[in-house]
Design a protein around this ligand. Structure first.
Ligand SMILES: Cc1cc2nc3c(=O)[nH]c(=O)nc-3n(C[C@H](O)[C@H](O)[C@H](O)COP(=O)(O)OP(=O)(O)OC[C@H]3O[C@@H](n4cnc5c(N)ncnc54)[C@H](O)[C@@H]3O)c2cc1C
Ligand code: FES
Ligand code: FES
Length: 468
């Protein structure tokens, strides 16, 4: 079954009669016959398929770099999609020139992805420093050139823009003025503001939010089918009385950018850098992370330590459920058919100290062997509130309730840190798997609990000696 889906593709409006679940990548390369966007891994890992998705909201368009291999075309409805062809000024422009001069492209297969990701960064960045720009490219893999020349080219682009574009001026217009975006895109952006997104929501068994789990796990079930989309164009993160409220459809990158969250729990926004890569974080929703029910979901571990409450909406109405009660067994959830996670609430607790730790084989774009989160509050020098969770050490994301109880009333010193580390290791039930042996994971958990005390309370030397 197919649907008519309209969006603005580079400079003009297009309409395709296609299955709603077809990956945007296949529509771009196949139906639209634009071959600059490459397909390789189809699992969100290489970045060769990155495009910009401009989503109209409140009279403006916000552009995000996303992996088009994991995004159903239905989610592009009413958006402005910019591919590498859309960034072509008809000559070698100031975005492309440093890549040529620095030898940053050898076979060229990865180059479109790098340039589109970089354009996304230039549209959104709040500093011209190179560090965040390099981070925004963490989801792009180059197999032959190597990264030094790509970083040099990136640094040259930022060096140019630092002198020409004020960080406060409207960015899209400034990048067009400086030749980094073709001027034809200005009119295309206006076209997108006039489009209505499709609101059809029927399809195969499970609704798609970001698609970053579903399209990796079951590509054939979704790519040729009609799909239902979880509404993702509403919500966000807000403060409501004594609570921080997250829409279920808020993404990891929404969390990273949220000023409200930064003001309440700055360490949580910082922790989002450890999850996936920018194009994945731009699509990966909080609810998707919870419902995917991976025992090593990063956001799941964070929200579990914060003792989050879910607001579920279905035919039977609304109900509230602690996240800690959501997991009944491996991939077995207290979620009724048709029910959606509408929002997630955590209590505002001034003075709450938060830390998230994760060990994975790669720094970026890898899921954890073990992850842990700690949320602690002190009064008069003793711990009065403790939330501690761990992933990868049980069939479900684990709240370490025994260790939480042990921490209450104790000073945050080395003795407490070691007691908590041993207690956590005893509570865990890891198994041997591809991410490590059970013994290794138990040791990792112990070290990560110590790391919380190191990061939160500045303990270091005191933790070196293993107490008898
Ligand atoms: C390359 C790559 C790197 C990754 N790195 C990480 C990582 O470092 N850490 C990590 O934790 N994860 C990682 N992931 C996994 C994934 O990105 C996250 O789990 C993400 O949060 C899933 O959200 P989604 O919106 O994409 O879910 P989807 O794939 O759209 O959906 C997942 C499940 O959730 C259900 N669902 C979605 N929204 C709702 C809702 N509102 N109510 C009820 N059910 C809903 C869907 O029906 C589906 O069953 C990675 C994935 C990829 C491809
Ligand atoms: S094809 Fe590799 S990320 Fe999409
Ligand atoms: S230039 Fe060949 S993969 Fe990057």
């Amino acid at each position: 079954m197919s649907r008519l889906i309209s969006f603005v593709l580079n400079a003009s409006t297009v309409t395709f009669d296609v299955p709603a679940g077809r990956p945007l990548l296949d529509v771009i390369r196949g139906d639209a016959d634009l071959k600059g966007t490459k397909h390789a891994c189809r699992e969100g890992d290489c970045g060769s398929c990155v495009v910009l998705v401009g989503e109209p909201t409140g009279g403006a368009v916000r552009y995000r770099a996303v992996t088009s291999c994991l995004m159903p075309v239905a989610a592009a409805s009413g958006c402005h999609i910019i591919t590498i062809e859309g960034l072509d000024p008809g000559r070698i422009g100031p975005l492309q020139r440093p890549f040529v001069d620095e030898g940053a492209s050898q076979c060229g297969f990865c180059t479109p992805g790098f340039l589109v990701s970089l354009a996304g960064h230039l549209l959104n960045c709040t500093t011209w420093d190179v560090g965040p720009a390099f981070n925004s490219l963490a989801g792009n893999i180059c197999r032959c050139t190597g990264y030094a020349s790509i970083q040099r080219a990136t640094a040259r682009i930022l060096g140019t823009l630092r002198h020409r574009v004020d960080l406060d001026e409207p960015r899209f217009a400034a990048l067009v003025r400086e030749g980094f975006l073709p001027s034809v895109l200005r009119g295309a952006r206006a076209l997108a503001l006039g489009l209505e997104p499709s609101t059809d929501t029927h399809g195969v068994d499970r609704p798609v939010a970001g698609g970053t789990d579903l399209y990796v796990q079951r590509p054939d079930d979704f790519s040729f089918a009609d799909v239902a989309l979880v509404p993702t164009r509403r919500g966000g993160i807000r403060i409501e009385g004594g609570e921080i409220v997250f829409a279920g459809s808020a993404t990891a990158e929404d969390m990273k950018r949220s000023r409200e969250l930064a003001a309440e729990l700055g360490d949580m926004t910082g922790a989002m850098d450890l999850m996936g890569s920018l194009p994945i974080r731009e699509r990966a929703t909080i609810a998707g992370n919870f419902v995917n029910a991976s025992p090593i979901g990063d956001m799941t571990a964070m929200f579990m330590a914060l003792d989050a409450e879910l607001e579920l909406v279905g035919d039977g109405g609304r109900r509230a459920l602690p996240l800690r009660s959501f997991y009944l067994g491996y991939k077995n959830l207290d979620l009724r058919p048709g029910e959606l996670i509408d929002s997630i609430r955590i209590k505002r607790r001034p003075g709450l100290l938060f830390n998230f730790e994760k060990v994975s084989k790669r720094t970026h774009l890898d899921i954890a062997s073990v992850n842990t989160a700690a949320a602690l509050r002190l009064e008069n020098g003793v711990i009065v509130e403790a939330g501690l969770s761990a992933g990868g050490v049980a069939p479900v994301p684990l709240a370490l309730v025994g260790t939480e109880a042990l921490l209450i009333g104790r000073s945050p010193d080395a003795e407490t840190a070691w007691a908590a580390a041993h207690s956590a290791a005893a509570e865990a039930k890891p198994i041997d798997d591809v991410r490590g042996s059970a013994v290794y994971k138990r040791l990792l958990l112990r070290q990560l609990v110590l790391a919380h005390f190191q990061v939160i309370f500045g303990l270091a030397d005191e933790l070196v000696e293993v107490p008898a």
